[in-house]
Write a protein that binds this ligand. Structure first.
Ligand code: ADE
Length: 239
């Protein structure tokens, strides 16, 4: 039991199972994810599913029973990988275009987990027995189909990691951002104040914080009304 008042540091581990680990190796070590790993807030590893295939050709896919186009990922390497990597607290997520949509709400739920194994599908997807007996959640990053789920998994990992306290360095970014207030974001400007005759709005140079906040909120409302009227119709924005 902890006896001091320091909150326990949050830490989450991601193990990605994919046929293309090289697609995300740079992503895991660059920018904020790289920094999060160096600071010990996250661990993200990509594993080649092929290394769990036991036949001599390291086969991971087969033609579908019942016929049809494309190939289906075989259950054996996926079961072997998950059984080796999972721990009692692990949740297994499958990236699929027919999964539940990724939202900030879902990311906030997933960041509560300690260890996520994320399975990226390829071809026509994975054998249904994997989905029925290994997977806790199926997640889609949008209504379009990618050639494989590896980039989708990278999107999920990025989006979940941002909710770890200290990950962004500046916690204000989380509270000010779009979808936290449920409104879309306001326009941002930086120096110079005049670029090729395009001037930064005067209010932002005024130093009047109340006026700036009012202007930003109006801009958010206007953009939301224009691009995402559905958000306003839901009536649950609170700012
Ligand atoms: N795999 C292929 N398309 C995908 C999508 N839209 N979301 C998640 N995984 C996918």
């Amino acid at each position: 039991m902890r006896v001091d008042s320091t909150p326990a540091v949050m830490h989450i581990e991601f193990d990605l199972l994919t046929l293309f680990p090289q697609m995300v190796e740079g992503f895991f070590t660059s920018s904020m994810l790289g920094r999060g790993q160096r600071n010990g807030l996250i661990r993200a590893s990509a594993h080649d599913l092929r290394s769990w295939a036991t036949d001599k050709h390291h086969k991971t896919d087969e033609i579908p029973y019942g016929g049809g186009a494309g190939m289906v990922m075989k259950p054996e390497p996926i079961f072997a990988a998950v059984e080796e990597l999972r721990r009692p607290e692990t949740k297994v997520v499958y990236m699929a275009p027919d999964g539940e949509p990724l939202t900030s709400q879902l990311a906030r739920e997933l960041v509560q987990e300690k260890h996520l194994i994320i399975l990226s599908g390829h071809y026509e997807g994975v054998d249904q027995r994997v989905r029925d007996s290994l997977i806790d959640r199926e997640v889609s990053i949008g209504d379009y189909v990618l050639t494989n789920g590896t980039l989708a998994a990278a999107v999920l990992i990025d989006c979940v990691s941002r909710f770890i306290p200290g990950f962004l360095g500046d916690e204000k970014s989380l509270t000010e951002e779009s979808f936290m207030t449920t409104l879309l974001g306001f326009p941002q400007y930086t120096r110079p104040a005049d670029f090729r005759g395009m001037r930064v709005p005067e209010v932002l140079l005024s130093g009047n914080h109340a006026a700036i906040e009012k202007w930003r909120h109006e801009q958010q409302l206007e953009k939301t009304r224009d691009r995402r009227p559905d958000i306003l119709e839901n009536g649950d924005h609170h700012k």
